[in-house]
Every structure is written in structure tokens, then in C-alpha cells.
Design a protein around this ligand. Sequence first.
Ligand code: ADP
Length: 418
Amino acid sequence: MEPPVPDRIEIDSVNKQYQGGVQALHDISLKVGAGRFLVLLGPSGSGKSTLLRCLGGIERPTAGTISIDGSVVASERSYVPPEQRDLAMVFQDFALWPHMTVAENVAFALRRRRTSKSEALSHARAMLERVGLHIHTARYPHELSGGEQQRVALARALVAKPGLMLFDEPLSSLDANLRERLRVEIGTLVREQGATAVYITHDQGEAFALGDEIGVLQSGRLIQHGTPEEIYRTPATPFVARFTGVAGTLQGYVQGPGPAGPGPVTVVVPSTDPDRSLELAGNAMSELRPGEPVRVMLRPTATRICRSGSRPARLRGRILDGAFHGRGYDYAVEIGEGVQLMGVFDRRRFDRGSVVDMFVHQGGTLVFPDDGEREAPSLAADAVVTAADPSALVWSGRLDHRNGHDAVVGAGELREEQ
Ligand code: ADP
């Protein structure tokens, strides 16, 4: 068994109310082990920056306690200022000193610790080399690109080897290509130093790529805290599921006989035709009663286009749109009027309007009690393909080779071969 990791951060029942009455944090409790990389994920206004600023000492909680390395840094009675917390922050707007060169900016973090000027500059140059900026040490921040400025900010945060690093959406002002490269650098450098990191973002892709753990915030509350895999496979609420990627939502009810879940469950999804309904094997996220109305949220990874005629096909739809991204295509597929599945992957190219059959995998079929929040529109009757349907077993249709791709079946061109 691995030895337990000591907690570097302990947040206990933290509340924050701003002047003017906004309650930005509600009773947040959270522990982060030493050397772990925690990403706080949530939409704008969910309280991410407030929590980060409370950790950094820029804001003071209204109630609750924050401890770093076992020492209380904020409570109703005590407050330790940022410079005494052994941490470094990296901000979205880089926050470099405009009147200092790149090397001086980085060295400044060490000068505060009374390191001699020459030693500080030599450490700064070494760290700038590590982030690939050693040739720019004599430049001023305004002479650098946005990505280079953020690398300087990163080097400045890393050079003093703080135990804790806080990142406030550091990549959000950079373009996509650079964002990905810097994201990898941040993940690698922070782990190399063994620092504990708390990183905030509203981008789920970034959160999944970076975090050992993710904390999901909604309206100032911590809704779920777990590994990326736990959050993807067993989101605590429909909000968490939606925020971390859902291809589409269907409404249905639990098939009997007995109580089901959490775990495998069968759901019946009615269509616009009362005689045709879809039976889906899904994963209940909580205990459900037979007949209970449910909301079925499909992860993009749950759906996959299958060859016409293969079985058991489950859903049939019409391609609305496709986005090419190198490895293949992400399709938007219509399965009813106003009902779409987004991000349905296939390597093959299908034209708009093509009719396709899709597998639905149980693993990414998340079943929640229906919270009645919004009524999902109905599934089209002809989207339902059941094993009892002869067309499902021998669908072949007329293959359309116009684009040099097989299995492209034109809408209205399907026929049964019995
Ligand atoms: P996020 O980082 O997730 O976008 P914030 O922590 O910035 O969220 O904000 C949480 C809530 O607190 C929002 O309703 C925001 O308007 C409010 N808020 C943030 N900072 C202040 C402030 N200095 N004064 C008053 N309200 C604030």
C-alpha cells in the first residue's frame, strides 16, 4: 500500500460574503494532498477566483478555516498575509513588472527572500532556460508575445520553489495552439518541482488534461471533488455531467421490476409513436424506483456510428453537421425534431443529410432522477431501432460510393433485405 500523502491544504467550512451581500462561497470543505494538482472547474461567477484568492491570502473568508501545511492561515481569529504563505500565484494577465527586464522580473521573486542579486539572477536565468526564454532575458515584458510573457510569469512563480502554486486561468488570454503547449509545460514543471497546485478554469478539457483531482463549483458550492475519471464516469449531478460534456439528453423511465442502481439499469425512452420506444442499458447515478421518470445524459464517448446492418444498432439519425479534426469527424446527429446528439465520433466522412445508425454504450449512458428542470423534446419514432425490428437486423440500404466512402447511406434510400 502507498503511504498516505499528508494534506498540504485543508479548507474547512469556508464562507465568503462580499460587501454588498454577494455570498460567493457557501460552506466549502476540501483537502488537497501534498504534490497533488487540483483543478477548480466551474462556470463564470461560480466562486473559483474567490476561493483561490482566499487560499492566496488576497481575500479573507467570512467564516471557516484554511490551513496550509498544518498551520492555520485564515480563520475568524487569525490571518497570515500572502507573502508569509510559501506560495506563488500566476494570473491570467501575467502581472509582470513593466519596468523590469525578464531576468529581473524572475529574480525579484528571490530578492524578496534576501538572496544576493548575482545569485538571484543566475537562478532566474536557469529557470528562464527551463521555460525556453533564455535568449530574451534582457528584454522588457512589452517586447514579448503573450505566450512568452506567461512563460516569464511561470518562471517567476517556479524560481522560488514554493510549496504551493496557485493559477488563476493562466491560459485564457492565449490562442488555442499556444494554450495547449503551455498547458503541458505547466503540468510538467509543477510536477517536476513537487509543488502542490490549485488551478482554476472554466474549460473542462483543460481541467481533465491537467488535474490529478477536479473540484466542480456551482453557485459558490463545491458540488463534486474527485479524479477526472470519477467525474466523467459518475458525475454527482446533471449539472456536473453537462459541464463536463454531454452529447445529448433524453427523457424516459426506469424499467422494472425492482429498485435499481446505483449501477446498471434499463431505461425506456418513449418516442413520438406510442408503439415504439427505445430500451437503453445505462448506469444509474443513484438509487431509482421502477417506473421513475429519469433523465438520460449521453456522453459523447457513449455513441458511435456503426455500419448499417451491424447489430445491435440502437438509434438512427440524420447527420446535420460534421467537424473534421484529423483523427476523424465529430458529428451532430438529429434523432428527433430539435433533438440532437453532438460530438458523435466516426473516422469516416458522411455527407450532411446521411442517415446513420449508432451504438449507444452503457458506460457513457448516465441516468439521473428527472429533476424536471427542462423537458427534453421527444425522440422521433424512426430513430428507434430495436432488435425485433427486421430492418435493424438486415439493414444494408444502398451504399453510396459517390465520395469514395462506404456505408454512406442516403436518406430515403434505405430498403429492407429480407
Ligand atoms: P469565478 O471565478 O468562478 O468567475 P468569482 O469568485 O469571481 O467567480 O465570483 C463569485 C461571485 O462573487 C460572483 O457573483 C461575483 O460577481 C462576486 N464577486 C467577485 N468578486 C467580488 C467583489 N470584489 N465584490 C463583490 N462581489 C464580488
